[in-house]
Design a protein around this ligand. Structure first.
Ligand SMILES: NC(=O)c1ccc[n+]([C@@H]2O[C@H](COP(=O)([O-])OP(=O)(O)OC[C@H]3O[C@@H](n4cnc5c(N)ncnc54)[C@H](O)[C@@H]3O)[C@@H](O)[C@H]2O)c1
Length: 349
């Protein structure tokens, strides 16, 4: 794992992963391909702008010519694919964009990896690849659909996505699996629960609530706020991905989660109390269509087989996260001006 293509590395988890890798693997050379959609933000990478181990490339994962050129130029041995349209609400208004980015974009990367890594690229029966290469698909627990009150998602839970977002991620996972089964490409798929931490775009629950609390604006809570998610501090997601790259068996799926099930309303109240504000700020709004009720991850496979475990408790992770947003008000102000305002009006009235 020396020459790594990271896609979507100007987004929330991708930029955290770039920072994590530069610290943990000082020898690694990173190429960061990102289209800088509304969710991509070069300010997330400002502190490493002059680091010679990180090269930012502005471009689209669906641009096969560009992706192949990058493989030729940098001779990657690893791909970590984060780039995606990632917000469920947006997938309800623009499903087509989710399918092209998340499914077609993934296939474009897989095809380039196959072409460059296969020892006999023109032999359709050959399944031999250069040693040490790996393609890692960053997926989500949302592909499994919703749970009732009991039970957890394991890697063998049937895929049953409910939103255009999760359907596009599930579709991408199946294409990754097919490249492994049909062509023998060494792949890994990770399916993580909800992340929180620095650099998250404030359309997502935790940064949205911190920002609105800080600025004394109403806190929009969908439905009764009792939707349960299993939360993981983003640095723990990054360490899990690095663990799968180092030790994961090719062709396997690994669930990633921290056993932190919380209802949305609990998180909103925790933020309100941490910032010393009043619960009167809460404003219940009409629930989103198809809103999954509960997700929970069984992380037994990655913990027992690969020896990974999260380093942060939910309380520590939330304290670090709230402190980060309080210290980075300028970062937030740059995002919450302009186009984001009209989006916010459309979604929450
Ligand atoms: N956020 C979570 O809680 C969570 C949980 C599990 C899995 N995931 C997965 O992790 C990945 C990253 O999620 P995130 O929350 O950081 O997303 P994000 O929306 O913050 O970032 C996505 C990045 O991808 C880039 N991008 C979008 N379309 C592109 C394209 N066509 N070509 C190149 N770049 C493009 C954007 O500019 C942005 O920088 C996604 O694949 C998501 O499905 C996220």
């Amino acid at each position: 794992m020396n020459r790594i293509l990271i896609t979507g590395g100007a987004g929330f988890i991708g930029s955290n992963f770039v920072h994590y890798m530069l610290q943990r693997f000082p020898e690694a050379q990173l190429v960061n391909l990102d289209a800088l959609t509304y969710a991509g933000n070069l300010e997330n990478l400002a502190d490493i702008a002059s680091d010679p181990r990180h090269r930012f490339v502005h471009g689209d994962i669906r641009d096969a010519a560009l992706v192949n050129r990058l493989f030729d130029e940098f001779d990657f041995d690893t791909v970590v694919h984060f780039a995606a349209e990632s917000h469920v609400d947006r997938s309800i208004t623009e499903p087509e964009l989710f399918l092209t980015t998340n499914v077609v974009g993934t296939q474009t990367l897989l095809e380039a990896a196959k072409r460059h890594w296969k020892i006999a690229p023109d032999d359709k029966y050959s399944r031999e690849y250069r040693p040490g290469v790996r393609y890692l698909q960053v997926s989500t627990d949302e592909v499994y659909g919703a749970l009732g009150r009991e039970g957890k998602f394991t890697e063998t839970t049937p895929i049953s996505p409910n939103s255009p977002y999760s359907a596009s991620k599930a579709g991408a996972d199946l294409v990754v699996r097919a490249y492994h089964e049909t062509f023998g490409l060494p792949v890994s798929i990770t399916r993580c629960s909800n992340n929180y931490g620095p650099y998250q775009f404030p359309e997502k629950l935790i940064p949205l609530m911190i920002h609105n609390c800080q600025t004394d604006q109403p806190l929009p809570v969908y439905g009764d706020g009792m939707q349960i998610r299993d939360w993981l501090y983003v640095e723990d997601h990054c360490s899990a991905i690095a663990t799968v790259l180092e030790k994961g068996r090719p062709g396997e799926v690994y669930n990633i989660g921290g056993n932190n099930e919380k209802a949305n309303i609990e998180i909103v109240k925790l933020i309100i109390h941490s910032l010393g504000k009043s619960e009167d700020l809460i404003k219940y709004v009409k629930d989103r269509p198809g809103h999954d009720r509960r997700y929970a991850i069984d992380n037994g496979k990655i913990t027992s087989e690969l020896g990974w475990k999260p380093a942060y408790t939910f309380e520590d992770g939330m304290a670090k996260t709230i402190a980060w947003y309080m210290e980075h008000t300028e970062w937030m102000e740059h995002i919450t001006s302009g186009a984001y305002q009209s989006y916010y009006q459309k979604m929450y009235g």
